[in-house]
Design a protein around this ligand. Structure first.
Ligand code: HEC
Length: 186
């Protein structure tokens, strides 16, 4: 039994040292202009989902989704998020493929996550990606407003849609991937 435990400890030590050697000798790639292998994407996505599931409090949005609050959320998005997640003229961000992992395009491929999930991702950010922790930069109110906006991209009330059209020339992308001519494939 003792030999067995010693074996495990030795194996773990060798793995840790190998990891350290890879990092020390510059063998770890640091370039962000590569496409992550699909196995890495799969493992990282499930790790993220599992961590959110465990850590994110199940809270309701304290801000009512009135027209004014949704328009405020749209403004917060335009000022802080569109550079990475895509502008409201329904074009993908120029930075989409410049980050590792690539940035999800939240206007062209709207989220279908619950609001507590979006709020947590926005407030605390996502480690080892380009997603900042906005809790250190925006008020809690603004984070809830942009959360309300992002969770309703395809079901915004008419007045908010009109505001979007007047400000950006085009309206929100149509609901359903098949009816969306500007659909963003990757
Ligand atoms: C510098 C680029 C950048 C900016 C600016 C940025 N994000 Fe992100 N965001 C990312 C990246 C990269 C990811 C993907 C993280 C990953 O792969 O898990 C992400 C992920 C997200 C997610 C999670 C999506 C999911 O699938 O669960 C949400 C929600 C989000 N961002 C909202 C926002 C909001 C709201 C803002 C503005 C207040 C913002 N982001 C600003 C880069 C950015």
């Amino acid at each position: 039994m003792r030999g067995f435990i010693l074996g495990i400890i030795t194996t773990l030590a060798v793995i840790a040292l190998a990891g350290l050697a890879v990092a020390t000798f510059g063998l770890m790639p640091t370039n962000a202009d590569a496409v992550p292998p699909s196995i890495e994407t799969r493992i990282a996505s499930s790790a993220l989902d599992a961590s959110m599931e465990r850590h994110a409090p199940r809270v309701n949005n304290p801000i009512p989704p009135t027209d004014d609050n949704l328009i405020d959320g749209m403004k917060v998005y335009t000022m802080n998020c569109s550079v990475c997640h895509g502008t409201l003229d329904n074009k993908p961000s120029a930075l989409e493929k410049s980050l590792y992992p690539p940035v999800p395009q939240l206007i062209l491929d709207p989220l279908d996550d619950p609001e507590w999930h979006i709020y947590y991702a926005v407030r605390t950010g996502v480690r080892y990606t380009g997603m900042p922790a906005w809790g250190k930069a925006l008020s809690d109110q603004d984070i809830w407003k942009v959360t309300a906006f992002l969770s309703r991209i395809q079901k915004l009330p008419p007045k908010v849609q009109d505001y979007w059209k007047n400000a950006y020339g085009v309206g929100p992308p149509a609901a359903g991937p098949d009816q969306n001519p500007g659909q963003h494939k990757d």
